[in-house]
Write a protein that binds this ligand. Sequence first.
Ligand SMILES: NC(=O)c1ccc[n+]([C@@H]2O[C@H](COP(=O)([O-])OP(=O)(O)OC[C@H]3O[C@@H](n4cnc5c(N)ncnc54)[C@H](OP(=O)(O)O)[C@@H]3O)[C@@H](O)[C@H]2O)c1
Length: 280
Amino acid sequence: MAPEVPGIATNGSNMPALGLGTWELSPETIESILPVALEAGYRHVDTAQIYRNEQAIGQVLQNSGLDRDELFITTKVWVDRYQPDDLLASVEESLERLRTDYVDLLLLHWPVFSGHGMNPTLEALMRVRSDGLARHIGISNFNIEQTERAVAFCGPDVLTSSQVEYHVYLGQKRLRRVLARNNLILTAYMPLAKAHAVNDPVLWEIGAQYGKTAPQVALRWLVEQDRVAAIPSTSNPHHVKANIEIFNFSLSLEDQQRIAALDKKLRLCQPEGLAPDWDD
Ligand SMILES: NC(=O)c1ccc[n+]([C@@H]2O[C@H](COP(=O)([O-])OP(=O)(O)OC[C@H]3O[C@@H](n4cnc5c(N)ncnc54)[C@H](OP(=O)(O)O)[C@@H]3O)[C@@H](O)[C@H]2O)c1
């Protein structure tokens, strides 16, 4: 039987704590791996306009026969569509490709704003939500100062999630506190540190006690935290199945602390021209 993925409560719905990341998955790979993921129990899919795979995802989700309300679909607006009217048009294009009337979560992909600054783009994002094209809205790759400014502009409980790099080697201590204070779900991208965590001897040693692998321990450590979701990516059917088998064990406090001590502020995603001044 497919494992039950716990949901993180958001205004009025639940975001599954584990989703399938799809960056770098070609349409052909989506056609082969997404059906396996759905069969294994995944209901949360993370994509973006820039990934160029929304169409394949829409096709597979439609073919799956699953009800729309069983699924949680996230997409992200690319930075060249941040002008208010264009943002709305870009979301309509995404919805057409994804074959749906709404996405569950719509994010601004990177905090890159031209002369007009952040606020008109946030206003357009809020309009998309009030028009019903996105159930939830949020941000991605915002540093602390940008996060606080966005929350102050939108008001309390408007932004649902911030998607940032977060894994055993990047502790994000300060940002985590800010997100928790503002009730934002932290969606952890690169949750396996882009496979760097796969060979970690400490994670393997810990996993041996529970009959689990290092990647399973790395993912479990994330989803055990309050209001943290993880979106690992894989094109391997064995890995996609293994990555969801993390809801039938719990890490001891001592193991949680050993994993937290692996933090070495290793940041893997910092594209020039997009990344802000990170906080640590
Ligand atoms: N918002 C943003 O700016 C942003 C930036 C980066 C990523 N993301 C999102 O986060 C998702 C995940 O990030 P990511 O794909 O860069 O990194 P990741 O999920 O940390 O790592 C993916 C790598 O781990 C390997 N892997 C996965 N499961 C494994 C397992 N059980 N055992 C061994 N190896 C395993 C995969 O190889 P195999 O294919 O061989 O399994 C792949 O090389 C992306 O797909 C995307 O949706 C968002």
